[in-house]
Design a protein around this ligand. Structure first.
Ligand SMILES: Cc1cc2nc3c(=O)[nH]c(=O)nc-3n(C[C@H](O)[C@H](O)[C@H](O)COP(=O)(O)OP(=O)(O)OC[C@H]3O[C@@H](n4cnc5c(N)ncnc54)[C@H](O)[C@@H]3O)c2cc1C
Length: 399
């Protein structure tokens, strides 16, 4: 078994099944999905082709593969799931087909680990079935949100209710008409120690006072229909039973949620970069400049060879982080998760940029490359900017 295969034989069979599904059903749907997502009339609505693929994937047993908990998910280790997430990452929308897309995956994990029975019945079950979507609302425009202790949205107690006031932005998934539930982080205990001030509360999207202020764009991409929304909370009232875990546990829950989430992003980035490299090779074989194919020119060869090395390095680091997470949990894998979160987006950006360069001007309006580059660029910020991971890794090493 190769070091990049899943660790267990049963997961290897599942990976093969997933790869076949990608070949037979997902790649052939790319043009139709792109047409839907580019049409101003339809782009903010769920794509019927993706919905049909979801039903097929579920019937094929390719569903909730991300969740190590065998009661609710496929029961795979992170190490076994990693090569599968890589396959899904090759198409920007493919993880949703297998109910393995962020931010729903992280939200399902929070509910599976920390939700009570009622919360699981009401929100986790329909999320696991793929009937609704969700969003995670932490970042705020007014404060440096890379430092989670800054989060300021107010969650005030009023009898048996909480009343929320504040503003969030870059809330992925909140634009989707199927987004039914938000996990909102805010301040419940302003006088407590800064790591014990925050809590997470479930807020149904249709609660009075929740308003979408606008859809945000990353370099012109709005990622409809999930979107990245700016949300306003004005006297939003929810029962206290919507609290996840204990009051003051928000910071700890955020840390728990982000460990596997970060690693999943990196796994998908490896697939994204791998696909860019394959496109680069195809182009290098077919495009003739100065009397010979680009692939016969030294500088193009260097781009291809270096990309191959860098993808392989990042893949092995990711698999190592996944194995550490399985063996010892978030705390034990802290440095390894930080390392891959620093390395994978930069690697993918470099590889995709080379592919764009090799495609010439066509690279700038290619159906895959520019969106892939923007996705990788966002991941130098999402779930904590590089600098936070670099600082924390360096501190750990200096200790
Ligand atoms: C496409 C996209 C999707 C997102 N989805 C979500 C979502 O679903 N939910 C959600 O809550 N948020 C989401 N975010 C927000 C993202 O998580 C935040 O942007 C990120 O955590 C950084 O917070 P900030 O923007 O407030 O930057 P700030 O905290 O203001 O930081 C700005 C910059 O300061 C520098 N910096 C910060 N700390 C340090 C340090 N210790 N040392 C040196 N320099 C430092 C870094 O360069 C950093 O980029 C998304 C963002 C994007 C781009």
């Amino acid at each position: 078994m190769s070091p990049t295969s899943p660790a267990s034989a049963s997961a290897d069979i599942l990976l093969r099944k997933l790869s076949e599904f990608m070949q037979e059903h997902v790649y052939p749907a790319e043009a139709e999905v792109a047409a839907w997502q580019n049409d101003p009339q339809t782009r903010w609505l769920p794509c019927p082709r993706i919905e049909a693929l979801k039903a097929q994937a579920r019937d094929a047993g390719l569903w909730n593969l991300f969740l190590p908990d065998a009661e609710h998910g496929a029961g795979l280790s992170n190490r076994d799931y990693a090569p599968m997430a890589e396959q899904m990452g090759r198409v920007l929308w493919a993880s949703e087909v297998f109910n393995c897309n962020a931010p729903d995956t992280g939200n399902m994990e929070v509910l599976a680990h920390f939700g009570n029975t009622d919360q699981k019945t009401k929100w986790l079950s329909p999320l696991l079935r793929g009937e609704i979507r969700s969003a995670f609302a932490m970042t705020e425009p007014e404060v440096a949100s890379s430092d989670a202790t800054n989060i300021a949205l107010s969650i005030r107690t009023d009898g048996n209710d909480y009343v929320l006031n504040g503003r969030k932005w870059w809330i992925t998934g909140a634009g989707d008409p199927r987004c039914a539930i938000l996990i909102v982080m805010g301040v419940t205990n302003p006088e407590a120690d800064k790591h014990a001030r925050h809590s997470m509360v479930l807020v149904p999207m249709n609660t009075p006072g929740v308003r979408i202020a606008r859809a945000l764009e990353a370099f012109g991409f709005d990622d409809a229909p999930s979107g990245h929304m700016e949300l306003v909370f004005e006297n939003v009232r929810v029962p206290k039973s919507n609290l996840i875990g204990a009051e003051g546990s928000g910071f700890a829950l955020a840390q728990a949620r982000l460990g596997p989430g970060r690693i999943h992003h990196c796994m998908r980035l490896i697939g994204l970069a791998q696909r860019a490299q394959e496109l680069m090779i195809e182009r290098a074989k077919s495009r003739i400049a100065f009397g010979k194919p680009l692939g016969a020119q030294g500088m193009a060869q260097e781009m291809i060879a270096l990309s191959h090395c860098e993808i392989a390095q990042a893949r092995l680091l990711t698999l190592n982080a996944a194995a550490m997470l399985d063996a010892g949990g978030n705390k034990a894998a802290k440095n390894e998760i930080g390392m891959i979160k620093i390395v994978a987006p930069r690697m993918a950006l470099q590889v995709i940029d080379r592919a764009i360069q090799l495609f010439g001007a066509e690279g700038l309006q290619h159906p895959f490359l520019p969106h892939a580059w923007v996705g990788a660029r966002c991941l130098r910020l999402v779930d904590g900017p590089d600098e936070v991971h670099i600082t924390s890794l360096a501190r750990g090493l200096l200790k």
